[in-house]
Design a protein around this ligand. Sequence first.
Ligand code: GLC
Length: 531
Amino acid sequence: MDSAPHQWWQTGVVYQIYPRSFMDANGDGTGDLAGIQKRLDYLQWLGVDALWLSPIYPSPMADFGYDVANYVDVDPLFGHLDDFDRLLAEVHRRGMRLLLDFVPNHTSDQHPWFVASRASRENPWRDWYIWRDPMPNGGPPNNWTSFFGGDAWTLDPATGQYYLHLFDSRQPDLNWRRPEVRAAMYDAMHFWMERGVDGFRVDVMWLMVKDAQLRDNPPTPGWKLGDSPGTRQIMRYSADQPETHQIVREMRALLDGYGERVLIGEIYLPLPRLLTYYGDHLDEAHLPFNFQLVRLPWQAAVVRQAVEDYEAALPPGAWPNWVLSNHDNSRIASRISLAQARVAQMLLLMLRGTPTCYYGDELGMRDGAIPPELEVDPLAKLSPGYGRDPERTPMQWDASPNAGFSRATPWLPVGEDYPTVNVEAERSDPRSTLTLIRQLLALRRSLPALTVGSYRTASVTGDDLFLYLREADGQRMLVALNFGSAPRTVDASAVGSQGTVLLSTHLDREGVTDLTGLELRGDEGLVIQID
Ligand code: GLC
């Protein structure tokens, strides 16, 4: 691949901020926009390019902001619109970008549209949501289940009909078949585009449209109580409907009208279905989130195959992307060992395509231990054991009380390891995870082969090993990853006889190395320039 001009969202790195948990400036125990602004110098120092904020809109917080009660304002918990404008200006002043989370599938049950919709069967907003009569036996209109557990339908006794909610009952699904709904939501997107945001991460993009006849979903063979509620059914009729693509095209056209903005889609689908969201003419999402690294077992052969399959299946011209953690899944340093999490970070940041980093992962933050009485996630309450509070604990800034996150007791407890796993301590430690991530980001930025170069699996195999090449403008980089804790020696002479180690995940090794007998220590990843 050449290094022809790329867009910022192709060369840049996205950093996800969960605003409740990043930095509390006003001392109420919950993070806010002014807090994020205070920490922009840190993010710039770290070397990320675009900040994606999980929802900041007014919300009753039944699903912590993913239940929106007004799409064109800021929840007072986080600040006001002028705080937002200040934050955006400060982000831009630093040459960074700001992305918002857009939640089109459902609103809060407190949104004025739903309040009007549920008021009577006849009102003009009724059809903005999905209402149906009960079955003759009084039961729900079909067998669909919620991602959070239980039925996807709730009966509204006053009007005698059920409304659909693929998540919590306080998150009614909008009816995207109605042109008025589309128009109202696009108005909201215009509002933020006009204010200058650089793009959206669109929540549950693949769920926006439902089967017109609302047919029953087939059950997942072998599913049993206790398994994840989101996998209970094969969502043949409640997800990934063909009409969704038209909506995504409309969103994309809207963003394209503003120049270099980015449309990212949250989509949990198997690879062939996921890739359809780039659009037949690359006219849908710029980046349909690729969650393979979140989902797959951490085994060299499995990951290698996933990378190859993805690279091979990408439509021509489509730009790849990779995600390691987010606010809905256990953190990487809890899914695997901390030593392996560093290898995983090297993979994330040295693969071809746009990486998304989750706040705190750069420190090696782990899932917090949340005692049952402090659990707040609606998923934890509806489906015990599946709660997402552990991966949403406050950012660990320093060793002071509450990890420097807040003067008050935080909304979720701070991780127990904060006295040592924090920004201040790791910043001055030349071997820390933070130092590693910062160096990986700097390396990525400084070498075209790593920013925009081609990808090729190296034909060098061995237990626990995954080696690949990134190349651009005659520059060749070998990334060699040891997924195991035992040392390995490998003959990599197929790619060259000698190279120069630029970075080791152990941060203690640089310089010339022989590739015929390349030595990798346990849990070590290397970036090597081929001479
Ligand atoms: C997405 C969000 C998740 C939320 C759900 C419903 O999956 O990432 O946090 O609960 O949508 O909005």
